[in-house]
Design a protein around this ligand. Structure first.
Ligand code: BGC
Length: 565
């Protein structure tokens, strides 16, 4: 087993002097099963990531975040973990993992792994023990088992719904029901149980000892629950405020868990980091992001915003304010493994919001299709806006999270045959929600469809469309106008321009144009409108459309360097 020495961890490239590396990092999310397949089984693997270490190094990122690579029945793309301290044999071994960490660290790339504490897989040894042991057993205490209603127990303990649709309770042998916030195969763990807490601390140490630099914490707001009888109904739950006392979500006592995690993180040198996936009220985000807690929290506001100046400005203002309140840095995300890719979102007709005004998490293609409208995707406009939004994001203070394939300008794969779909959200909603497979299709590395566009010789576990050829790494590598070239240049520039975590807005006199300046004079201007905006200068250091005329074309972003001031 190759255990990586602490000393081989990368130093803090990309950050300002003395600041921890993660505060202004560019973190590239890898969905391992769809990245690169070296053993020709149609599924990406850990060695595939190692094989692409040079590609990742040349991209100019500071860290990779790996979606789950643990043993799993894949009921939810790996977010159903059967063993937290192993690598799925289809993806490799712990030695492969060690080699990958070594290869990435050698290129100054930190490694962040996804940890899934809210639920295990139903194949996890604990759950199998709980099933075998029966009601009232110690093994069932690690999960949330309850008796059903009615004398014969045939009615679930409450009418709660799973996040993926359908009931949140499933009945097992001996007649009890267990709670699963997500799919049936993802039983929720009982975080009031000391053994559960200790075991997760062990898992954090296990990966930290193997050179992992940080953790992305799945469903960080969901771990602790108050299931005091009588259980509230779904309607009652919905009326309850999210103030720290809600029975299921964002409870104050969840932070007792993270205080213990923090002690583990801080026992390493450098301290391990974490970023919370916490879907909570804004005012409560700092609780997760504070230095005593997980240290950083995602905000998904940009990926819920339309390509529109007012929305982007509000998102930035609010989140910088929150980052100040927590002492953490902000996070920005335009695409990830749960949402429609951003070129596609921006290429679809407005509005992409639910009719009640609430943003839909996976708004975009799903929204349009689930309402029976025809998805008139404007590929070119979508890509143009996506590039402008990306360059805007990369200029912001804080960390930017990129999702594999976005550097290629990849669109969502909308037209997957129903028989090929894998996502439980598709099945549990009986097709009303198309699910997330369209952003998880294996990457195109080469332009020839041979070997699944270079993904691997064993086919691709989700079918790739012909148009992937136009977005391959091979085709984009030497193209000065490609998305990949833009990302590479922008990331290199960002590194050289990095400065303190602040910005000052510059008035533009145009409601469609946002302009901000970083403390060292680095400036970012984005035109969200369609008409050109006069800049009065033509010295952009990078731009998503030509600015030689002294104008910023519609739907484009330009950066100006500090030296001109
Ligand atoms: C992950 C999803 C996953 C869910 C349940 C989410 O936050 O990002 O991909 O399905 O947690 O684990």
């Amino acid at each position: 087993m190759s255990v990586i020495e602490q000393s081989s961890a990368p130093s803090g490239s990309g950050a300002t002097e003395g600041a921890p590396w993660w505060r202004q990092a560019v973190v590239y999310q890898i969905y391992p099963r769809s990245f690169a397949d070296t053993n020709a089984d149609g599924v990406g693997d850990i060695s595939g990531i190692t094989a692409k270490a040079d590609y990742l190094g040349e991209l100019g990122i500071d860290a990779v975040w790996l979606s789950p690579f643990y043993p799993s029945e894949l009921a939810d793309g790996g977010y159903d973990v059967a063993d937290y301290r192993a690598v799925d044999s289809r993806l490799g071994t712990l030695d492969d993992f060690g080699d990958m960490v070594e290869a990435l660290h050698a290129r100054n790339i930190h490694v962040v792994v996804d940890i899934v504490p809210n639920h295990t897989s139903d194949q996890h040894v604990w759950f199998q023990e709980a099933l075998a042991a029966g009601r009232g057993s110690a093994a069932r205490e690690r999960y949330i088992f309850r008796e059903g209603k009615r004398p014969d127990g045939t009615v679930p303990p409450s009418d709660w719904e799973s996040m993926f649709g359908g009931p949140a309770w499933t009945r097992v042998a001996y007649g009890q029901w267990y709670l699963h916030t997500f799919a049936t195969e993802q039983p929720d763990v009982n975080w009031a149980h000391r053994e559960v807490r200790d075991d997760f601390l062990e898992t954090l140490r296990f990966w930290s000892d193997r050179g992992v630099d940080g953790f992305r914490v799945d469903v960080a707001h969901g771990l602790t629950k108050d299931l005091t009888e009588p259980l509230p109904s779904r309607a009652e739950l919905e009326r309850m405020p999210f103030d720290g006392n809600h029975p299921l979500v964002d409870r104050d006592d969840v932070h007792e868990v993270y205080v213990e995690w923090r002690q583990v993180f801080d026992s390493y040198d450098p301290p391990r980091t974490a970023v919370a996936e916490a879907w909570v009220n804004k005012s409560r985000v700092p609780l997760y992001a504070s230095p005593e807690g997980l240290g950083q929290a995602f905000n998904f506001d940009l990926l819920q915003a339309d390509f529109e100046a007012g929305q982007f400005e509000l998102v930035v203002r609010e989140n910088l304010e929150l980052a100040r309140a927590s002492g953490s840095s902000s996070t920005w995300v335009l695409s990830n493994h749960d949402v429609t890719r951003h070129p596609t979102r921006y290429g679809l007709p407005h509005p992409t919001r639910e009719t009640n005004g609430e943003p839909s998490i996976r708004h975009g293609l799903d929204w349009i299709l689930s309402r029976g409208a025809s998805p008139e995707l404007d590929w070119v406009a979508g890509e143009r806006r996506a590039r402008a939004a990306t360059l805007f994001m990369l200029g912001l203070p804080g960390s930017s999270y990129l999702y594999q394939g976005e550097e290629l300008g990849l669109h969502e794969v909308a037209a997957l045959p129903d028989t090929e779909r894998q996502d439980p959200t598709y099945f549990r909603s009986e097709g009303a929600d198309l699910g997330r497979d369209g952003c998880r299709v294996p990457l195109p590395w080469t332009s020839s469809s041979e070997s699944s566009f270079g993904f691997g010789a064993g086919g691709a576990h989700l079918p790739q469309p012909d148009w992937f050829a136009r977005y391959s790494v091979e085709r984009e590598t030497d193209d000065p106008d490609s998305s990949l070239t833009l990302y590479r240049r922008a990331l290199a520039l960002r590194r050289s321009l990095q400065t303190d975590e602040d910005l000052e807005w510059v008035p533009t006199g145009n409601p469609d144009v946002l302009h901000f300046r970083r403390p060292n004079g680095w400036e970012v201007v984005t035109n969200f409108g369609t008409a050109a905006h006069p800049l009065g200068r033509d010295d952009a250091i990078i731009a998503t459309a030509g600015t030689a005329s002294g104008n910023l074309p519609g739907e484009s972003t330009a950066w100006f360097g500090p030296s001109q001031h």
